[in-house]
Design a protein around this ligand. Structure first.
Ligand code: KIV
Ligand code: NA
Length: 265
């Protein structure tokens, strides 16, 4: 009864087994996914949009990531918990990255961290890995760069495709144990997946990746408004939860709750 490790994920790629990753931001939701056998839970800085009410991931702080990561670790027994390094917690350089990652490993108990960028985050990845912290790399659309990049498909055209392939190899060579590919053409993601010995984890990157990740609130239909095209909603939690709240409020208004079995004497 041990936790999944990065070695298990490497073995899965060798066996050609695909697996799923979900985000989680709190202990109760994480415990559901852990009991459902999801092997890897990402405490994504998508918590900014999906949990904390910001418009982007940019304002998310390391303090917030540490608090959410600790909750997800407490709620799980089996999953590998990966903590996202938020914007501004690693861009200054390897020393800052090590300080930030150490915080998530020691205080929150995560088994790995994720950071955005291939070649631009090479020195950070190398130092973290040499210090014993597994690193997941995130390429393609990197939401912390929304102000320069926007939200659109990355790696289109020969030059951008070659840069993505180079970034992926650089991340692997620096010691990353997996590479997230976000909003990348399926053909390019397939080529990256064939070229790497470490697993690729796709989100809007087609079916050839070794693994797939979705933001849990999108996957479960809890997110309000439009969801990106690459999302499949496996439940309609927003409607179900809204109906439950309305039914409770109606019962209270009508005097139908509480009843005798809910009452102490
Ligand atoms: O923060 C996040 O949820 C992510 C995934 C979409 C990969 O980085
Ligand atoms: Na993220």
């Amino acid at each position: 009864n041990r936790r999944i490790t990065v070695r298990d994920l490497a073995a899965a790629k060798e066996r050609g087994e695909k697996w799923a990753m979900l985000t989680a931001y709190d202990a109760v939701t994480a415990s559901v996914f852990d009991e459902s056998g999801i092997p890897v839970l990402l405490v994504g800085d998508s918590a900014g949009n999906c949990h904390l009410g910001y418009d982007t991931t940019v304002p998310v702080t390391l303090d917030q990531m540490a608090m959410l990561s600790a909750a997800v670790v407490r709620g799980t027994r089996r999953a590998l918990v990966v903590g996202d390094l938020p914007f501004g917690s690693y861009q200054e350089g390897p020393t800052q990255a090590l300080r930030s990652a150490t915080r998530l490993v020691k205080d929150a108990g995560v088994g790995a961290v994720k950071l955005e960028g291939g070649e631009r985050s090479l020195a950070q990845t190398e130092l973290l890995v040499s210090a014993g912290i597994p690193v997941m790399s995130h390429l393609g659309l990197t939401p912390q760069s929304v102000n320069t990049m926007g939200y659109r498909v990355q790696g289109r055209g020969d030059e951008d495709a070659h840069r993505l392939l180079r970034d992926a190899k650089a991340a692997q060579d620096a010691g990353a144990f997996a590479v997230v590919l976000e909003m990348v053409p399926a053909e390019l993601a397939a080529e990256v997946t064939r070229s790497l010995h470490v697993p690729t984890i796709g989100i809007g990157a087609g079916g050839a990746c070794d693994a797939q990740v979705l933001v849990w609130t999108d996957m479960a239909g809890l997110t309000g408004g439009r969801v990106p095209r690459f999302v499949k909603q496996y439940a309609q939690l927003r409607a179900a939860l809204g109906d439950a709240a309305k039914a409770f409020a109606d019962d209270v208004a009508e005097g139908a709750f509480p009843q005798e079995e809910h009452t102490f004497h």
